[in-house]
Design a protein around this ligand. Sequence first.
Ligand code: KG4
Ligand code: ZN
Length: 339
Amino acid sequence: MLVLGIETSCDETAVALVEDGVRVRSNVIGSQVDVHRPFGGVVPEIAARAHLEMLLPAVDRALVEAGATYADLEGVAVTAGPGLVGALLVGVAGAKSIALAHDLPFIGVNHLEGHVCATQLEYGLLDPPLLALIVSGGHTSLVRLDASGTFSTIGATIDDAAGEAFDKVARFLGLPYPGGPEIDQLSRTGDPTAIAFPRAMLGDGTYDFSMSGLKTAVIRELRRRDAADEEIVLSDVAASFTEAIVDVLVAKTLDAAAAEDIGTVTLVGGVAANTRLREAMTDGCARTGRRLLLPQPVLCTDNGAMIAAAGFNRLVAGQRTPLDLDADPGLGFSPLART
Ligand code: KG4
Ligand code: ZN
């Protein structure tokens, strides 16, 4: 089954064609990062307008790159939420039009479910139970997929997302947006033990996260050193900050996997591209005898292929979404009904 996947929840205009939920035939990702960079973050109205300009050319390109036409499509999947409402609306309207014009089965997909399903593009159809750590600019969540196909959130950030923390700290350090890759690069030459930043909510018995205290701790430490005329080695700050985030993310994921007795862990979302996080999660899973599924970075960041994959799972289970679907910026998980 060839499914067209459309993703416009944030600042990537992404369209892909995926065969049988696992084989990526094309994966077009139109990044708006240059458009938002001068503002140091994503501007919702600008994102929506850029999606409007970029969406249909991206659909055309995805078809051409896959060597397919509309007549080859067997389903259309789109991110229905969560995300920026104006941005979501563009993708939802575009996907509905294509489904209507070509009389195709249509399915609205939860963005976080899409991130989890990115895993199947590299490792084959998912074999639950599975625990996913989703870490991006908008989300930091531990999600469980159980054998019946039900997704549930077992922990989430109570303030900033992990990527947001990377971006805000990077901005304070004078690095360009998005800051995650910049801090990753800087950290490689830094000492992760140079500064003992706090490990928020570690060992508190929940699977929730808090990132904003760490960001404040970094800013306070830099100001203190500046006032005391102490040397500031940016690579040490970057490495120590990364280590504090990674420690908590990995420890909580492994604790949750043990408590829920889940043998397979997957790491997805933009921050899953982080070198130190990939390394630490790989070590942690090996140490505790868990299988780690770690998709390549291009499948971890927002893309249309993950939406096509999640849509495929639901379409083959007989689910359809009516064409009056509305974008929902706060969309939660819904059960994958097997009919
Ligand atoms: O999943 P994504 O592409 O978009 C959202 O849904 O947010 O994630 C983007 C986020 C940004 O905050 C970016 O700084 C972060 O992922 N990021 C990284 C790295 N690459 C991207 N953070 C840390 N290390 C990286 N290598
Ligand atoms: Zn995302």
